[in-house]
Design a binder for this molecule. Structure first.
Ligand SMILES: *[C@@H]1O[C@H](CO)[C@@H](O)[C@H](O)[C@H]1NC(C)=O
Ligand SMILES: *[C@@H]1O[C@H](CO)[C@@H](O)[C@H](O)[C@H]1NC(C)=O
Length: 182
């Protein structure tokens, strides 16, 4: 009898924890990818999409082919926008050396870009230093998880723009939209 009670309270506890978790969440709402006009045969996007696996669990997958290898000079601009009326720049706008970031995986100064690429690392091939010799960049089935990525930003809709440059020339633009609910 006693163990049944314990089991019941455990189930109740789980149910209420679940309820809390379902109110606070972070999920992708859209993604857009393109080769920029200045890519000049450098990149070719193969796919870029979201998949709703279950309610409030959305996976991002994308793959862009790199057509001129090896790449020795790779930088990235990361810009954050918040939706108010239209998308307004929000907090972050950084242009960093992607090769340097990839080379120093065990650096403990936690910059915004390190935080972002650290989060997708296990679901991507963003784990090589330069020269970049692999013929593509990809993210595979990556879902946001509120319990792992607790971004100190207000609830709302956001957009992250990733512009990749090779040799100082912009090649691709990837726009990731997500929503934070509290
Ligand atoms: C990089 O990521 C790819 C794809 O996930 C994996 O196959 C490869 O073993 C990884 N390489 C290193 C050096 O971690
Ligand atoms: C990458 O190329 C750009 C444009 O040519 C140049 O300004 C920059 O210094 C280069 N970066 C490295 C690390 O060589």
């Amino acid at each position: 009898m006693r163990s049944i009670c314990l089991l019941q309270s455990f189930i109740l506890l789980c149910a209420s924890l679940n309820e809390i978790a379902s109110v606070r969440l972070l999920k992708f709402t859209n993604v857009k990818c393109k080769d920029l006009p200045t890519t000049n045969g450098f990149t070719k996007y193969e796919y870029c999409h979201l998949k709703v696996v279950r309610r409030n669990y959305v996976e991002l997958s994308l793959k862009v082919n790199l057509l001129q290898l090896p790449i020795t000079n790779l930088t990235c601009r990361l810009q954050c926008f918040q939706r108010t009326d239209g998308y307004r720049p929000f907090l972050y706008n950084v242009h960093f050396d992607f090769c340097k970031l990839m080379a120093a995986q065990k650096n403990y100064d936690l910059s915004f870009e390190r935080f972002i690429f650290g989060a997708i690392r296990m679901h991507s091939n963003f784990n090589h230093s330069c020269p970049w010799k692999e013929s593509y960049m990809m993210v595979e089935k990556y879902a946001l998880d509120f319990t792992k990525i607790n971004m100190p930003v207000p609830a709302g809709v956001y957009r992250l723009d990733f512009t990749f440059y090779a040799y100082g020339i912009p090649r691709t633009l990837t726009q990731v939209f997500f929503e934070k609910i509290e």
